[in-house]
Design a protein around this ligand. Sequence first.
Ligand code: SAM
Length: 234
Amino acid sequence: MNTVNADPAELQKFSDLAHRWWDPASEFRPLHEINPLRLGWIDGKAALAGKKVLDIGCGGGILAEGMAALGAEVTGIDLSEKALSVARLHLFESGHKVDYRHMSAEALAEESPGRFDVVTCMEMLEHVPDPASIVTACARLVKPGGHVFLSTLNRNPKSYLFAIVGAEYLLKLLPAGTHEYARFIKPSELSRHCRNAHLDVQEIIGLSYNPLAKTYSLGRDTDVNYLMHTVAAG
Ligand SMILES: C[S@@+](CC[C@H](N)C(=O)[O-])C[C@H]1O[C@@H](n2cnc3c(N)ncnc32)[C@H](O)[C@@H]1O
């Protein structure tokens, strides 16, 4: 049997907090606040309505539901059962339709290669032991010419200061220990994983937090958080 590319301690962290996933004032507040920005950016590039979309590491479903609300036919996968239970329960409240499944990206790639028009994997790569394997699975899951959207944290002194010291200890936007610096991924490294998987990088855009205005914005500064848009070779 293949070993699963997941860190049980990381999954436990998300499971322990899962009941608060849809509380916009909880530890998941940053995900709620960045959601309209990333959703608009993804929809602007991939026109989600009517598309078959896979959200890898969907957690409680903030992005997955947002994409379903825009008319996409969404499947969400995660390896935290508790996060998926919360995601499924929330569908009763929102009335949206998402097919949530407890499985790894690699296993779904074996089962359904080339099934999706769009694959998203947001804020998840920095929590797995082998991010390159997830990128390869994304490339296998998407149709030729389809879109893959990734987001993660850059690795440099500024991202350590902002994403760990600032966000976890000073501003307390996230619980201490949410992120491990060594798992942060430079855009050059993620681009290399994409190239190796035959995903063409189209754009890399930064996601920044302004602590004074307490707002997020998309822009040129990729030093801390960034998103990457790629297209699968046809
Ligand atoms: C920070 S949350 C991000 C949730 C969602 N992608 C979002 O951006 O709103 C990270 C999620 O990745 C999931 N995760 C971690 N390792 C995973 C793996 N190997 N396979 C699938 N999901 C994983 C966790 O359970 C958690 O739900």
